[in-house]
Design a protein around this ligand. Structure first.
Ligand code: DNO
Length: 344
C-alpha cells in the first residue's frame, strides 16, 4: 500500500512541503488542469508537475483525473480521434513514471452534494447530500469545488438533450469501446486505469449512471478482462448505496483495485448522508473491516484519505482541507500497519 494525498497543482493552497510532513506520505495524486478536455496533455506540462513533486520528495504515480470527453461517453463519430488523444496522454504520463489513472464515466456531472459546509455539533463542517433538495436544483446551474470541469449553459442544455437517447446499456457499451481503444496504450506504458464509481451511485436528473455496485464491477471485468482495467474503490461513493457490501467488494476485487479513496459517511435518511471524520466510530461505514478486507484480498495499490471535514478554523476547499485529511491519513496508515502485521 502507498499512502497518497490529493494535490490540485500549483493553484492548491496546500503546499507540497506540508503534504510531505504528513508521516507515511509517499506521494501526491494530481492532474494537469489547464488543458481542455479531449486534448493531449503535453509532456512539458506533465514534466513541470513531476519536477515540483520531485523537489518536494513526493512521488507522482497517480493521476486524478484524466477526464473523458462527453462525446466518448455519448459514442459520437469523433470519439476515435478523442480516444487517440487519450492514448497519447497515457503514453506521455507513462514517460514520467505514472502508474495509475483515475477517471470516471459519469454523464455530465461528477460527484453531487447539496451542502458544502454543513455544520457539525463540534463546530466542524462537512459535505452533505439530501436527495429531496437535490431534486429541487436546476441541473443547468450546478457548481461544485473539486470538479475537474464545468460547462457553459448552452453546452449543458445540448448535453442534457443528447443524453436523452442514451440508455444504461448504450453508455456501458461506450465505456467498453473507450477502454478497448486505450488498453494498448496502457499495456505499453504500464499504466492501470482505475474507474471511479458514480457518486452517489444512482441516476441523476434522468442521466444514466453505470458504475454503482458489484454487478457493475463484474460487468467491467467480464467485458474488458485486460488487467490494466481496474477500479478506484471509493468507500464514500459506493457506500452511499446501502445495497453495497463494502468489505465484501473490497476483498473480492482487491487485485483490481488500484486506488482506494477512503472516507466515512453518516446516513441521515434513506438516500441522504453527511460526510464525517475517517474513524469507524464516526459514521456508518466500517472502515476497519474495509481495510481488513482489502489487506486480506491482497490489495497492493494506492490509498488516499478522501474528503475530510474543515476543522480547527480551516476554511479550505470543501472536502479538501489539510487538517482532517492529514488525520485521516494517519488513522488509515495505522489501520493498514496493524492489519498487515497481524496478517504476517
Ligand atoms: C471527488 C472526487 C471525484 C473524482 C472523479 C474521478 O471528490 O473523488 O471528483 O476525482 O470522479 O474522475
Amino acid at each position: 500500500m502507498k499512502m497518497t494525498f490529493r494535490w490540485y497543482g500549483e493553484k492548491d493552497t496546500i503546499p507540497l512541503t506540508y503534504i510531505k510532513q504528513i508521516p507515511n506520505m509517499s506521494g501526491v495524486v494530481t492532474a494537469v488542469y489547464d488543458v481542455p478536455v479531449g486534448e493531449v496533455w503535453p509532456s512539458e506540462k506533465i514534466a513541470r508537475l513531476k519536477q515540483l513533486c520531485d523537489e518536494a520528495g513526493l512521488e507522482m504515480e497517480v493521476i486524478e483525473s484524466v477526464p473523458v470527453h462527453e462525446d466518448i461517453k455519448l459514442g459520437k463519430p469523433n470519439r476515435d480521434q478523442l480516444i487517440a488523444n487519450y492514448r497519447e496522454t497515457i503514453k506521455n504520463l507513462g514517460k514520467f513514471g505514472v502508474k495509475c489513472i483515475c477517471y470516471n464515466f459519469m454523464p455530465v456531472f461528477d460527484w453531487l452534494r447539496t451542502e458544502l459546509k454543513s455544520k457539525n455539533e463540534d463546530g466542524s463542517t462537512s459535505l452533505s447530500y439530501c436527495h429531496e433538495e437535490l431534486m429541487k436544483l436546476d441541473p443547468k446551474n450546478l457548481h461544485l469545488p473539486g470538479w475537474d470541469e464545468s460547462y457553459s449553459l448552452d453546452e449543458l442544455n445540448s448535453l442534457l438533450e443528447e443524453y436523452k437517447n442514451i440508455s444504461h446499456e448504450q453508455l456501458f457499451d461506450n465505456l467498453v469501446y473507450f477502454l478497448n481503444g486505450i488498453m494498448p496504450a496502457c499495456d505499453e506504458a504500464g499504466i492501470n486505469m482505475a474507474i471511479h464509481p458514480d457518486d452517489p451511485p444512482w441516476d441523476m436528473f434522468g442521466l444514466p449512471r453505470i458504475i454503482t455496485s458489484k454487478e457493475s464491477y463484474d460487468k467491467m471485468i467480464e467485458r474488458v478482462p485486460n488487467k490494466h482495467n481496474g477500479f478506484t474503490f471509493c468507500t464514500g461513493s459506493l457506500g452511499a448505496g446501502r445495497f453495497n457490501d463494502l468489505p465484501y467488494m473490497a476483498k473480492k476485487y482487491a487485485d483490481r483495485i488500484y486506488f482506494a479513496h477512503i472516507r466515512q459517511l453518516k446516513y441521515s435518511g434513506e438516500l441522504d448522508f453527511k460526510e464525517a471524520g475517517h474513524l469507524t466510530s464516526s459514521g456508518d461505514l466500517d472502515i476497519y473491516s474495509i481495510v481488513k478486507a482489502l489487506v486480506e484480498g491482497g490489495f497492493n495499490g494506492y490509498v488516499r484519505p478522501d474528503h475530510g471535514r474543515n476543522i480547527w478554523g480551516e476554511d479550505n476547499k470543501p472536502g479538501y482541507g489539510l487538517y482532517d485529511r492529514a488525520l485521516g491519513a494517519m488513522y488509515l496508515s495505522g489501520l493498514f500497519e496493524a492489519i498487515e502485521k497481524e496478517k504476517r
